[in-house]
Write a protein that binds this ligand. Structure first.
Ligand SMILES: [Zn+2]
Length: 306
């Protein structure tokens, strides 16, 4: 079983060796305390186990800087898991092997084994959601550096930019995450009341990232421009990452990736303008597994540790 514990939602699935998903569990959380977070994670597993009792092992992807040897969450800006030995606390409540890794590392693992980065030995992944997670595949293996590599969402793109959840300013996460798209959509709706965004807002709809994507898909120019502007800013960060890592492919996942080419095409164009030599030709593609990549990768880790 794989569990992707995101900043606002939890997605779990019972997965077989061919990566077919047999049973899905969705939960939302907000403002939970540490105990409630761990209780809900155990609940999600138990709900799935009730239908699939033969599940052999459970993998968790969490949005944390990890001490991967001890499976301790060292720092976590979206959930109260700082300093928590997640694997040990959960495995004592589940009668099965438990493995825990960073959520974006899990997503990259799934994409590298069977998805958009299949066959690549050097790849990057960014998961655009509540925040921006990142993972690095180097020489065919997840690259951890001295422990906490891969935090690509905290690549600084604006020196005096907006404050970031990490304590810095102007990180990629402050210009291209889901909440930033929602805020930009809200501004565009105010500025252009006759646009699709403006009319949706006037009709009482909350301007969210998914609404911006939906209206952009229907051709609303205001919504298209919000995604294009986000894509350009994403591309600024991708150019730095392409120069630093020279990957074969950069995979963009997370909920925001639902925007597809409306986001990726401007990102590629900006990357091409800024990156050096052959680094400007790196492929930038949407995650094959969409926002299920993290859940599938967590399940792959579990399969390896059963
Ligand atoms: Zn940051």
């Amino acid at each position: 079983m794989g569990i992707d514990a995101g900043g606002t939602k939890v997605l779990g699935g019972v997965v077989d060796e061919q990566l077919a998903v047999h049973h899905r569990v969705h939960r939302l959380w907000r403002g939970f305390e540490r105990r409630e977070v761990l209780d809900l994670l155990v609940d999600v597993v138990e709900e799935a186990l009730a239908t699939d009792p033969e599940t052999e092992a459970v993998g968790f992807g969490i949005p944390s800087l990890m001490d991967s040897d001890r499976a301790v969450s060292l720092a976590c800006v979206h959930l109260p898991l700082e300093g928590v030995p997640v694997r040990d606390l959960i495995s004592e409540r589940l009668d099965r092997p438990v493995v825990v890794d960073n959520d974006a590392n899990c997503a990259l693992l799934a994409e590298a084994r069977a998805g958009a980065a299949k066959g690549a030995t050097d790849a990057l992944m960014l998961t655009l959601g509540t925040g921006i997670g990142g993972g690095i595949l180097a020489g065919g293996e997840l690259y951890r550096g001295s422990g906490s590599a891969g935090e690509l969402g905290h690549t600084v793109v604006e020196i005096e930019g907006d404050p970031c959840t990490c304590g810095s300013r102007g990180c990629l996460e402050t210009v291209a995450s889901g909440p930033v798209i929602a805020a930009a959509g809200e501004l565009a709706a105010e500025r252009e009341p006759e646009s699709g965004l403006g009319k949706a807002r006037a009709a009482g709809r909350e301007v969210t990232g998914p609404l911006v994507t939906e209206l952009a898909g229907e051709g609303d120019p205001a919504a298209v421009e919000v995604l294009a502007d986000t894509g350009r800013k994403l591309g600024v960060g991708l150019a730095s990452l392409a120069n630093a890592f020279s990957p074969e492919v950069i995979v963009i996942g997370g909920g925001v990736a639902a925007a597809g080419e409306l986001l990726l095409e401007p990102a590629r164009a900006e990357l091409k303008r800024r990156a050096l030599g052959p680094n400007r030709d790196v492929r930038v593609v949407a995650a094959h597994f969409g926002d299920e990549a993290g859940m599938l990768g967590a399940a792959l880790l579990a399969l390896e540790h059963r």
